[in-house]
Design a protein around this ligand. Structure first.
Ligand code: FPP
Length: 273
């Protein structure tokens, strides 16, 4: 991943130097108007608008997905540099199988190719990649590539990068219910033992904190079956920008908005009590 993308004017010039000619990654310093201690720990993104981006340029939809991968790589790197601990990206929903076969096939091949091509850099940059979703329905060659990337990066200590692939929030909740019901039926668990913490441990995201912030591009005001349980108290940031155009300065705007939010988690502010 190289940081050769647009940076906002408040990022100091020396912090983003050099990489255009050398291709060497240079960390992107946190903009001065952001507070490190108020950065979200976990950011989730619904990467919407690839098709429209391509259409606006008279290109096939798949070109939007291809450009979308570049955007995701740059965002991952920016999150890492700015101290975000985890990024979860919605790459393919359980409903996306209903798209034209050509587009589905392209996406599966794209995931596979990106995983193969980026593994070395993910290792160098300490990225730990994980997948959430029903992976057993994916093409076998992709499953193998996923296994390889997850296993190789398992011990990396940098940012955690979760890719939601063949993911559906309702399906995730149902499979958790089935697993818990089976344990109750077998006598291994009493119904009164089922609490939020136990339930969370049966989700695909069992060992990762809930997102602090959900970003959705392309202006749609929908959750689209994404992380239904986990987003209960997340802040939402929706921008009209199409995913391929979501650059660092857009992410900077999202962070500024997030840092202004008053997160009360259903309680009242200390000052108001
Ligand atoms: C939504 O835009 C986008 C997708 C369904 C695919 C997103 C996938 C990527 C960006 C590739 C990620 C790759 C890896 C390896 C994680 P849309 O097609 O619904 O756009 P539209 O609403 O304008 O039609």
């Amino acid at each position: 991943m190289t940081a050769n993308f647009g940076v906002s004017s408040s990022v100091s010039a020396d912090s983003v130097s050099a990489n255009a000619s050398t291709g060497v990654s240079v960390p992107i310093a946190l903009p001065k108007d952001l507070e490190q201690r108020r950065m979200p720990s976990h950011v989730a993104v619904i990467m919407d608008g690839n098709g429209r981006w391509a259409k606006q340029r008279g290109l096939p939809r798949i070109m939007g997905h291809r450009k979308g991968v570049d955007t995701l790589k740059k965002l991952l790197r920016c999150c890492r540099d700015w101290g975000v601990d985890a990024l979860t990206a919605y790459a393919f929903s359980t409903e996306n199988w209903g798209r034209p076969t050509r587009e589905v096939d392209f996406l599966m091949t794209l995931f596979e190719r990106v995983l193969r091509q980026e593994l070395k850099e993910m290792m160098e940059e300490g990225v730990r990649i994980e997948f959430v979703g029903n992976l057993s329905a994916l093409p076998e060659t992709l499953q193998k590539e996923i296994d390889r990337a997850v296993t190789m990066t398992r011990k990396n200590q940098g940012i955690r990068f979760s890719v939601a692939t063949n993911y559906g929030g309702r399906q995730e909740i149902l499979q958790a219910c089935q697993a818990i019901a089976t344990q109750v039926k077998e006598g291994a668990l009493q119904p009164e033992d089922i609490d939020e913490s136990l339930f969370s441990r049966h989700l695909y995201t069992s060992d990762i904190s809930d997102p602090d912030l959900l970003i959705r591009t392309s202006g749609e005001m929908r959750i689209s079956n994404f992380l239904l349980w986990q987003l209960a108290y997340s802040e939402f940031y929706i921008t009209d920008t199409l995913w391929p155009d979501f650059d660092t300065s857009e992410f900077h705007q999202a962070m500024l908005a997030f840092q202004k939010r008053d997160r009360r988690f259903g309680k009242v502010n200390d000052k108001e009590s």
